[in-house]
Ligand binder design. Structure first.
Ligand SMILES: [Fe+2]
Ligand SMILES: [Fe+2]
Length: 249
């Protein structure tokens, strides 16, 4: 089925961690992307240490593709304090980079809205950080909550037929299965799931970051969640069909 028949094909991968020695690993599979997908999502950790030099490797690997490419940055892309430069290099290569912002891609008549944020940790119901005690703990917790709130506003505001959530950190614990339980609060936040579930017509939530996690989960509201970290999906990208929300009941 194609977008023309009301079904959008969404390719996605995260955590490609590009540096000069990785360039060329993904490109052979990407050259035929136009036959298999209507857009490509990059779920952060696109570089190894967040340098502009590494970003140029990402631009070579993911630039000039036959479908729109929408990306968010991950924590690795912030490591060298060059995140603005990294994003600029990607934008110069024609990649749309989101951070608490959204974009609408027209896929053969279907308006697909994508809102994205790196997101942040904080944990999940029953095992999460709280805004209490030391200023550092309050700041850690508040940062994740505020990012999720701004992301939620950008997701809900999209003028489109179907929405996609694109984050680096996970909105749910299910897709972290395989990771040590002790580090769940550093891998995602329930605030992201709340933002996703508060928006209408969200058909898919994509994230990365959890290299040892699991691919499939869902938000409490029933939105499919997919962890597309490269070590999880073990190929250049996965393709998901966005059909359920588009089809009339
Ligand atoms: Fe990563
Ligand atoms: Fe990460």
């Amino acid at each position: 089925m194609t977008a023309e028949e009301g079904c959008v094909r969404v390719a996605a991968v995260g955590d490609v961690h590009l540096d000069a020695d990785v360039v060329g690993r993904y490109r052979p599979a990407l050259d035929h992307l136009g036959l298999k997908a209507d857009l490509l999502l990059l779920a952060g950790d696109l570089t190894r240490h967040g340098t502009e030099e590494e970003a140029r490797c990402v631009a070579r690997e993911f630039g000039g593709l036959p479908v729109p490419v929408v990306a968010i940055l991950g924590n690795h892309d912030y490591h060298s304090d060059q995140q603005e430069g990294v994003a600029a290099v990607l934008r110069d290569a024609g990649i749309t980079v989101l951070e608490c912002t959204g974009t609408v891609v027209n896929c053969a008549g279907v308006r697909v809205g994508v809102a994205g944020t790196k997101g942040f940790g904080g944990g999940f119901a029953g095992a999460c950080a709280s805004e209490f005690g030391e200023p550092e703990m309050k700041e850690f917790t508040r940062h994740g909550r505020e990012l999720a709130a701004r992301f939620g506003e950008s997701l809900a505001a999209l003028d489109c037929d179907v929405r996609i959530s694109l984050t680096h950190y996970s909105p749910v614990p299910e897709t972290l299965l395989g990771e040590p339980l002790e580090i769940y609060p550093f891998l995602g936040s329930y605030h992201l799931a709340q933002a996703i579930d508060a928006a209408p017509e969200v058909g898919l939530a994509v994230h990365g970051h959890a290299h040892a996690g699991s691919e499939r989960g869902a938000t409490p509201g029933g939105v499919p969640v997919r962890n597309v970290a490269h070590p999880v999906i073990k190929q250049a990208y996965n393709v998901y069909q966005l059909s359920s929300v588009l089809m009339p009941a």
